[in-house]
Design a protein around this ligand. Structure first.
Ligand code: CO
Length: 496
């Protein structure tokens, strides 16, 4: 492992807390023993992804890094999710450079990332060689904690990534995609968490991307998972419905070890509950965060200014999104449905589509409504209504879902609908990732001309179209040579 790190030219280890297996065990014991509730600050990843379209630049993170490093957060979520794509696509920034810069600045605080299992940070399943290499490079460049999840909670989609996180000696957090359905009982989530423990999880995250988790559910869920697994439990939610802060408080009462919060200027709305409010609410209780509010003030002041500078990117959700409470669908999905219908001049059908979504979801085996299943279910529901006959038109993504390419649905699917979608074709029954041939050799050929670091191959596999624009620009800047696009070999396509 040490060899590997050297070879890859990583940040000197002296600069940061090592993620050796001893340190990792210490970290686990520390989380398990501490009475205090830890805070993961999401300002540098989920908060700006949720509230300002992932547009925050590294240069606006650097001035506040030292102050943030002094606060005493459990960890900082700084990478993964949409940040990777957005950095190259919109900001002309190398996401790997950002990680290295942040690693240098944060000398005391653990850095955390979000990884969508076999999807990594992209929109399809990648081959195992890509997943392995990606995890290696992420840890190598400075990530301490990797939170892995799968949209369908199909643990097979987490296997390769999880195994590699363990091999790298980083902290493996396996996350449950939280949703509600007759099949998603507390008991079912406890079972899932127990299986995650079997996969080597160092902690469990309850990941509630839609803000559906209410305080009444949070308490038994956290308590149940902790009792069943004995592992530290972290709760991640979004403020979209207005429930999250209440749910966090109940989660803490039930023994949650860490909760995800965002510094106030980037908090609430579609983002996380405000760090300052949680710190204040828990002060003097048995769940005290140990964080001194006065240390967060300068951090908040910085981000207040940042928010103003980025005002054109800021999503301004006033108050809460009652549609999620009414229809149990995530805010992003709701706005997608509205814009799809508006394009078709059929906004009057919104009510019908909103009623169709839960029906389609049930027929498809109650997938959690998160990317990509939210788009798949949403598109089918819209088609069912607009065509005027249910399941008459079925897009390729829906067929692929029934064929098992995304993984196993959480509950049995409707047999008649499945037949309509894929006829007698048999769904794959293995792990979706095992059907994919290695992808790195082709990528290495494709970007050999502009590669300045081995990480560039990964950037290309994940986002070929974006990287084909970005990498030559970066190459030209670094070498003062302009190598044209004509030499690109576009061997990588999106099958899903
Ligand atoms: Co989130």
């Amino acid at each position: 492992m040490a060899d590997n790190r050297k070879k890859n030219g990583a940040t000197p280890r002296a600069d940061r807390e090592p993620t050796s297996s001893t340190a990792k065990t210490q970290l686990q014991t520390q989380i398990a023993r501490q009475k205090k509730v830890g805070i993961t600050e999401t300002a540098l990843r989920d908060a700006h992804q949720s509230i300002m379209a992932t547009r925050l630049r590294t240069e606006d993170m650097i001035p506040v890094a030292e102050m943030m490093d002094e606060v005493g957060y459990h960890s900082l979520e700084v990478w993964g999710g949409a940040t990777f794509d957005a950095a190259m696509r919109f900001l002309d920034e190398d996401p790997w450079d950002r990680l290295r810069v942040l690693r240098k600045k944060f000398k005391k605080t653990r850095l955390q990332m979000l990884l969508r299992g076999q999807n990594l940070l992209g929109y399809r399943h990648y081959a195992d060689d890509v997943v392995v290499e990606f995890v290696k490079r992420a840890v190598d460049n400075g990530i301490d904690i990797i939170r892995c999840f799968d949209a369908l909670n199909d643990l097979r989609n987490l296997e390769t990534a999880a195994e590699q996180v363990k091999k790298e000696g980083a902290h493996l957090q396996l996350a449950i995609s939280y949703t509600t359905s007759p099949f998603h009982t507390t008991k079912a989530f406890e079972d899932l968490a127990f299986s995650m423990k079997g996969m080597g999880a160092d902690s469990i995250c309850i990941k509630d991307m839609a803000g559906l988790l209410g305080p009444a559910e949070a308490y038994p869920l956290v308590k149940g998972i902790k009792e069943r697994t004995g592992l530290p439990v972290q709760v991640h939610s979004h403020y979209t419905t207005g429930l999250a802060a209440m749910s966090y408080f109940e989660a803490c009462r039930a023994g949650a070890d860490v909760v995800d919060c965002a510094i106030s200027p980037l908090s609430m709305g579609t983002s996380q509950p405000a760090t300052e409010a949680l710190v204040a609410a828990l002060t003097g209780t048995p769940y005290d965060t140990g964080i001194d509010l006065s240390r967060i003030v300068p951090v908040a002041e910085h981000f207040k200014e940042v928010r103003e500078n980025y005002s054109k990117d800021v999503v301004n959700l006033q108050g809460i999104d009652i549609n999620i409470l009414l229809y149990q669908i995530p805010g992003g999905m709701y706005s997608n449905l509205v814009s799809q219908l508006r394009e078709q001049n059929s906004l009057d059908k919104l009510e019908a589509v909103l009623k169709e979504v839960p029906r389609v979801r049930e027929e498809m085996g109650f997938p959690p409504l998160v990317t990509p299943s939210s788009q798949i279910v949403g598109t089918q529901a819209t088609l069912n209504v607009l065509v005027g006959e249910r399941w008459k038109v079925i897009p390729k993504e829906v067929k692929n879902y029934f064929l098992g390419f995304y993984g196993r649905p959480p509950a049995p699917v409707d047999e008649a609908i499945r037949r309509k979608a894929i006829g007698d074709e048999k769904a794959i029954d293995g792990r979706p990732g095992e059907h994919l041939p290695d992808e790195l050799p082709l990528a290495q050929m494709a970007v050999a001309t502009w590669a300045l670091q081995p990480e560039d191959y990964l950037s290309y596999v994940l986002f070929p179209a974006v990287a084909k624009d970005f990498l030559p620009r970066k190459f030209a800047r670094a070498t003062y040579r302009d190598v044209g696009f004509g030499e690109a070999v576009d061997g990588v396509a999106y099958p899903l």
